[in-house]
Design a protein around this ligand. Structure first.
Ligand code: GLN
Length: 494
């Protein structure tokens, strides 16, 4: 590990903050920009790189250190930002043509907080258009590619952020997770991705997809790095009425030193192959690791969560319903692209027909239908009822166990083009992640080794609402444990 960019984030920041250490923020940022220049063409992880803005920010961090001011816990650490988060002065595309060359006038609260802690934004990363997708293939600017195999997807929708971290272009990135868009790409790219409890991180400046489900969160190479970024993001924000302070200790709190000893780890039958809800390699891998969790002192608890089988159906009513309403603002008058037309009505219609891609149109149609008079009771209201029941089922499960451990995704990264012709197959790749959003739970994906083709697989830890610190603690303990343990295939264990 000769390159400082590969050090743990805490060490990078500590060295930058130490005036006696020759490592500067400028050197870290230049190293990151050089790697982006060398590898972005192959990965298409960044839609926009901002060298001037980044170098100026790095120089401010170094000037602070020289003047004896503390630039903060992320001093000089390069950060990639998903391109559905506003950064003043940089273009914002949301992976769509409809925003044209529009530039936001302010910076998202989450990004501003990371910058206030010393992190340096180096660029904006690729995503499925308006974060709708699981592969980044819905980006209007071409798909990102998985650093482990460039013929495969990095996952989505935050695929650019995940690919950038996995390839070492940046140590940290921000994503958004509405149904799995941080955890699924983290799993596909062999890194850590955390979705906070709903409300823990401000959504101000995040372009809304499904406002009641969207959360901003970190990508990193280790749980400790992810936690360090998360710690500076969270806290109530007057610009987001759903953001709040939590009574339970935040993820910013000093980690409780805790191993797996005595921890009650829930195993949801509906998230394994048992009930035939999901299947294959991702699930088998995590099942193959369970014995070792028990051996480390954890107590296995079987919990039934039949409601989880409906999570995809609930999600694909509620998320499109909210999206159809949120996306009404892209009308050709307020932002970016504007079609030529002879009436206002035609201008709206033509702008949206030209500006939005196929998946976004599908979601708008689905959502508008689900909310329309005569159908809202049968679809939207019914889905909301089922969502409440799912939340209650989780709350009951968490009376019997501390956390739930499952696979993050049924399979490892799929090939580019493999699912683009079958929207339902694409939707089903979120089968293990959407429930956490519907219930507002904190959830993290950590690396769980590789399949036979050398592709990464992820393990997901979900905790009760507000228990973000516990989820991080458990993820850190599992990360340590998994580094030493041997995977035993379920058939071998039986
Ligand atoms: N893949 C899911 C979807 O397409 C989730 C996306 C997300 O979390 N932003 O809606």
């Amino acid at each position: 590990m000769s390159d400082p960019l590969d050090l743990p984030v805490a060490e990078q920041a500590a060295r930058v903050r130490d005036a006696a250490d020759p490592l500067t923020a400028r050197a870290l940022v230049d190293a990151s920009l050089a790697r982006i220049a060398a590898h972005n063409e192959a990965l298409n992880a960044f839609l926009h790189v901002a060298p001037e803005r980044a170098r100026a920010a790095a120089d401010r961090v170094d000037a602070d250190v020289a003047a004896g001011r503390d630039p903060g816990p992320l001093a000089g650490v390069p950060l990639a930002v998903k391109d559905n988060l506003e950064v003043e002065g940089l273009p914002l595309t949301c992976g769509s043509r409809i925003l044209g060359t529009w530039k936001p006038l302010r910076t998202a609260t989450s990004v501003a907080r990371a910058e206030a802690a010393g992190a340096v934004v180096v660029g904006k990363t690729n995503l499925d258009e308006f974060a709708m997708g699981s592969s980044t293939e819905n980006s209007a600017f071409g798909p990102s590619r998985n650093p482990y195999d460039v013929e495969r997807v990095p996952g989505g929708s935050s695929g650019g952020s995940a690919a950038a971290v996995a390839a070492g272009l940046v140590p940290l990135a921000l994503g958004s997770d509405t149904g799995g868009s941080i955890r699924q790409p983290a799993a596909f790219c062999g890194i850590v991705g955390f979705k906070p409890t709903y409300g823990r991180v401000s959504r101000s400046g995040l372009v809304a997809f499904a406002s009641s489900l969207d959360q901003v969160g970190p990508f990193a190479r280790s749980v400790a790095d992810a936690r360090r970024l998360q710690a500076v993001l969270e806290g109530p924000d007057p610009l987001d009425a759903t953001s709040r302070a939590f009574v339970t200790p935040g993820s910013a709190a000093t980690p409780v030193p805790r191993g797996l000893e005595g921890l009650r780890i829930g195993r949801v039958a509906e998230m394994t192959t048992e009930r035939r809800v999901v299947g294959t390699e991702g699930v088998d891998r995590v099942e193959g690791l369970r014995a070792q969790l028990d051996a480390a002192g954890a107590t296995a608890v079987d919990v039934a969560l039949p409601a989880i089988a409906e999570a995809i159906a609930i999600y694909y009513v509620i998320a499109p319903a909210e999206a159809s309403s949120n996306l009404a603002r892209f009308d050709g008058v307020r932002y970016g692209h504007r079609a030529e037309a002879d009436s206002l009505e035609r201008l709206y219609a033509k702008t949206r027909a030209e500006g939005f891609g196929a998946e976004v149109k599908r979601r708008i149609l689905l959502g508008t239908f689900a909310l329309s008079a005569g159908y809202a009771d049968a679809f939207y209201k019914r889905a909301r009822g089922a969502q409440v029941a799912l939340g209650q089922a989780f709350a009951e499960a968490f009376e019997r166990c501390d956390v739930l451990v499952s696979a993050t995704t049924p399979t490892a990264a799929f090939r580019l083009g493999e699912k683009t012709g079958d929207p339902l197959a694409m939707y089903r790749s979120d089968v293990l992640t959407v429930a956490a959003n519907l219930a507002g739970l904190p959830a993290v994906s950590i690396p769980a080794g590789f399949n036979e083709q050398g592709l990464p697989l992820g393990l997901q830890v979900q905790g009760p609402v507000g228990a973000d610190a516990l989820v991080f603690d458990v993820a850190e303990a599992l990360e340590r444990q998994l580094a030493t343990c041997r995977y035993v295939a379920p058939e071998e264990a039986a």
